[in-house]
Design a protein around this ligand. Sequence first.
Ligand code: PMP
Length: 437
Amino acid sequence: ERSAVSTDRLTNEQLFERAQRVIPGGVNSPVRAFRAVGGTPRFITRAAGAFMWDAEDKRYIDYIGSWGPMILGHGHPAVLEAVQRAVTEGLSFGAPTEREIQLAETIVDLVPGIEQVRLVSSGTEAAMSAIRLARGATGRSKLIKFEGCYHGHADALLVKAGSGLATFGHPTSAGVPPEVVQHTLVLEYNNIEQLEAAFAQHGAALACVMIEPIAGNMNFVRAAMPFMKRLRELCTQHGALLVFDEVMTGFRVALGGAQSVYAAAIPGFAPDISVFGKVIGGGMPLAAFGTSKAIMQHLAPLGAVYQAGTLSGNPVATACGLATLTEIAKPGFFAALAARTRSLVDGLQQAARAADVPLAVDSEGGMFGFFFAAELPQHYNAVMATDKARFNRFFHAMLDRGVYLAPALYEAGFVSAAHTADDIAATIAAAREAFAA
Ligand code: PMP
């Protein structure tokens, strides 16, 4: 009887059918369902280094890396050892531990301007809490977000732009009452004019502006330097807090996150609040938000802004995160990762050019994007105007050839330290065939 429910010999297709009987859409997070690209999701059985294997034992070079966390590749020995030791000591205590202090100290050391952090279990939780903190600290209600940026699925953030300039948004999900998003203003990314109009109209009521500094939820779009500089000026001028959602970019595009990239170009630049996830947990459920001590004093138990979590600062997750951060903080780590990632996108672009396929590429640290377009898009509508049919064909051609790219044109890609020059070469060779086809 047991073997009747064993997954041992089921194909991806059979597993997907079985999954759909007991899990809505067969998945626990929508993008995994391959809706955007069509076809059957691969059910993963194991992973090691740069590779994952599916239920049919087909091997893939993995450029998703669990959507960002696996920056060291799968099963890094130092991480496995730390996790295994932590597991034997206890899975969860619901009481403070020294490891939480160590992780907080590590983040504070690596990101200038952050004095305190609170640990939570998902990026959604971290972004939602950061907004509550910004509202509580400023005593204001309104917030700005940008079309195409994703900050998790808290109600107030599931919003798309309204019809007019600087008007409040509409829910993007059923189940979110319009009143819940009535304080959320949605603007076009990289549009300084709209930003200025919104501040002119609502500046005194704005608690915060939340932004993905390099937006990985519309593939890969950088906030332009003049845009970011103006955003910082306007926030300061109007007393709104600038919240950097670095769930994806933090400890991924550089050791100091995207904010270090902007600080290198804009003198004195820093966000007010930072949100982290993914890499800081190394593959375990862990996220954080951090800022100055003065702002953090508003959080419970010290202040009036409530925030809590049964599994927050979980001992196994913090062990995994600490071991991961220790590895990526080693000298030369990011230079090597950035060079490897750049060699991938450069190779993809050359292969595309040889086949007369327009392909625009970009990367920073271990994060990359590519577009079937002549130029890099600067905002969401431009991303969605790139060649979707071509992306979908390319995705499947690569998957057939054992290369696992993100299954939607609006998602970023990730390279890990386990990807070798040979893996990159094999990927580019596969792409050459795919472009030719
Ligand atoms: N912010 C950003 C920038 C993200 O990319 C994500 C997840 N992809 C989130 C927040 C939400 O994180 P989580 O899925 O851990 O809730």
